[in-house]
Design a protein around this ligand. Structure first.
Ligand SMILES: [Zn+2]
Length: 225
């Protein structure tokens, strides 16, 4: 897991405990998706750039099936040192990577294509800057702390230095930790979140396993927050 500092946060602990149950029953497709993204990281590295990903959704829970969407967060250095939000409107590099990702991953490497959603893009320049100036209101740091605590990283070593720099600033961590709770509140209260849990439980049962009553209880109590 990414940021050790946040691992005892009650909601993060609860979420990751549930995730562990699903992950221990991982589908082969989930593993394959991770491998696809690892290969993509290598392709980018040959051009001299670095990217990393946090996998969300079904790959994060190890429950991806052949045609499941793959939801990812991408980490990259925005256009030549640019600080600020990295999104489709103001970032040329993100669009290049997105097209590359769709083309190389889906059409060349995989015999079966699947939809990829870039849910968020974290600009590493921005992270670097916000850690340096100790930006207590940094959205980038909050999102980074959140994703790194609950998602599944690909090319994690690119993120290590940011994680350890953040963790070495206790005051900054405290502020971020409080805001992570708000991220969860938004997540848990979204319909798609409880729908996802239902879907993953069905997949496991379709595979012939029974979900223990204690796990069902834990899921229900988590979703009721
Ligand atoms: Zn950018």
């Amino acid at each position: 897991m990414g940021i050790i500092r946040f691992k005892d946060h009650p909601t993060i602990k609860e979420f990751n405990g549930l995730k562990k149950f699903f992950r221990s029953r991982e589908t082969p497709i989930s593993r394959k998706r991770i491998d696809d993204f690892k290969r993509f990281v290598e392709v980018i590295q040959t051009s001299g750039d670095e990217v990393a990903f946090d996998m969300m959704g079904s790959v994060n829970f190890g429950q991806a099936l052949e045609h499941s969407d793959t939801d990812v967060v991408i980490y990259m250095n925005c256009d030549t040192g640019r600080i600020g939000d990295c999104d489709h409107e103001n970032c040329s590099r993100l669009n290049i990577y997105k097209n590359l990702l769709i083309n190389s991953l889906v059409y060349e490497y995989s015999s079966h294509s699947y939809p990829i959603q870039i849910v968020d893009c974290i600009n590493l320049n921005q992270l670097d800057y916000d850690i340096k100036i100790r930006n207590f209101d940094s959205m980038a740091l909050i999102k980074f702390g959140f994703y790194r605590s609950v998602c599944r990283g690909v090319n994690r070593k690119l993120l290590h230095s940011y994680e350890s720099r953040l963790q070495s600033d206790e005051e900054l961590c405290k502020k971020i930790e409080n805001s992570i709770a708000d991220c969860f509140e938004g997540l848990i209260n979204s319909n798609s979140h409880s729908y996802s849990f239902k879907k993953y439980m069905e997949r496991i049962e379709d595979g012939g396993s029974k979900i223990p009553g204690t796990v069902v209880e834990k899921i229900n109590s988590y979703l009721k927050k």
